[in-house]
Design a protein around this ligand. Structure first.
Ligand code: PGA
Length: 251
């Protein structure tokens, strides 16, 4: 069964005390979220140690926004998957377009990160998606297929069964421009087709989230699509009311 998931990516926002308040507000409204919808939040690294316990107790999943592509050692400033696992972090966003774009993370680096996350029992929320010029030049399917082939299709069948994917067209992230529900469904169905070729029917159980300017006003239409299994929410996840309203829109 595909899991319905709504994950909030706080990015580099909130001081610790602001994050603590936001987490409490989300936990306080959790009863409004339909049963069967898994909420996940991804606060900055500095908040993880203190927020993991209370969020997990409340039934909210906790994710990091990144992890290192090495096991351990002389990599100043990096945080390893083992460290995240040691404080109870369950998920890790890997391959977000901001990491690919601003920090030069390649598919090869991302594959290492995904493998290390799995080795430490952390479930990757792996992001894929095309840039504006790639969509405008009709290369979006090809770009997304390469991202899948280079990382997801390199995994074992056992790891593949656990991964969560997020399709985030780069042109829709933080821009207020959302993909139409039809564009999202078309790409999600394509992603499933690519994965089915490699992993067979297991691909039918993969949760594929949509991300990019998802908000309470457009969530229901996006989530109503057959292959859209929830969302990865940036800006709107910083407001507990909006985040919960989006989670309530999951059908
Ligand atoms: P956005 O970000 O909702 O602010 O567009 C989504 C994301 O980057 O995950």
């Amino acid at each position: 069964m595909k899991k319905k998931i709504v994950a909030g990516n706080w990015k580099m926002n909130t001081t610790y005390s602001e994050g603590e308040i936001l987490a409490k507000e989300i936990a306080g409204q959790l009863k409004e979220v339909p049963e069967g919808v898994q909420l996940i939040v991804a606060p900055p690294f500095t908040h993880l140690c203190c927020l993991t316990g209370p969020l997990r107790e409340a039934g909210i999943g906790i994710a990091a926004q990144n992890c290192a592509d090495h096991e351990s050692g002389a990599y100043t400033g990096e945080v390893s998957a083992a460290m995240l696992a040691s404080i109870g972090v369950q998920y890790c966003i890997i391959g977000h377009s901001e990491r690919r774009e601003y920090y030069g993370e390649t598919d090869a680096v991302l594959l290492e990160k995904v493998k290390l996350a799995f080795q430490h029992g952390i479930i990757p929320i792996f992001c894929i998606g095309e840039r504006l010029y790639e969509r405008e030049s009709n290369q979006h399917f090809e770009v997304v297929e390469h991202q899948l082939q280079n990382v997801v299709c390199q995994l074992s069948a056992t790891d593949f069964e656990k991964i969560i994917l997020a399709y985030e067209p780069v042109w829709a992230i933080g821009t207020g421009k959302t993909a139409t529900a039809a564009q999202a469904q078309e790409m999600h169905a394509y992603i499933r087709t690519v994965l089915r070729e490699k992993f067979g029917v297991a691909a039918d159980n993969t949760s594929i989230l949509y991300g990019g300017s998802c908000k309470p006003s457009n969530a229901a239409e996006l989530f109503g699509q057959a292959d859209v299994d929830g969302g990865l929410i940036g800006g709107a996840s910083l407001n507990s009311g909006d985040f919960i309203a989006i989670a309530k829109a999951v059908s």
